[in-house]
Ligand binder design. Sequence first.
Ligand code: DQA
Length: 152
Amino acid sequence: MTKSSLPIILILSGPNLNLLGQRQPEIYGTATLADHMNRAKQTAAELGFEIESLQAQSSGEIVTAIHNARSRCAAIIINPGALTHFSWSLNDALSTFSGPIVEVHLSNPATRDPWRHESVVAPVASGSIVGFGAKGYTFAINAVATLLADKK
Ligand code: DQA
């Protein structure tokens, strides 16, 4: 198989997002993580990108994936789940990545529990897309494409 040379967008998902579709569907919707990733792959292909994705329950695995992305990936889209609100190791790791970083949340954390109001990822992201449910990943890929085109 020939390896594609399209620029890679890495989509990272934090703890509990493997349960999308079953987990609080009234908040997160009925689509599974695989549904979101399939739609993301379609949008990315239309815009000339390839998607790699990883879901992990711990920040260490996500930190390692960010390190590995540094020389290989054009952009990172990340929904860190609850790690969003306290994982400074994610903040440190993301700040070593030089391409666009888009933070995505299916829900709008600002309208929920007070402990969800702070994002420690937002300060090192190019921008955040929150509260648009399933459309969030599509918006994020379009944002990445625009940011990368602006850099050319
Ligand atoms: C979430 C919001 C977080 O507060 C929560 O811990 C999640 C999902 C979202 O996509 O809305 O796990 O990141």
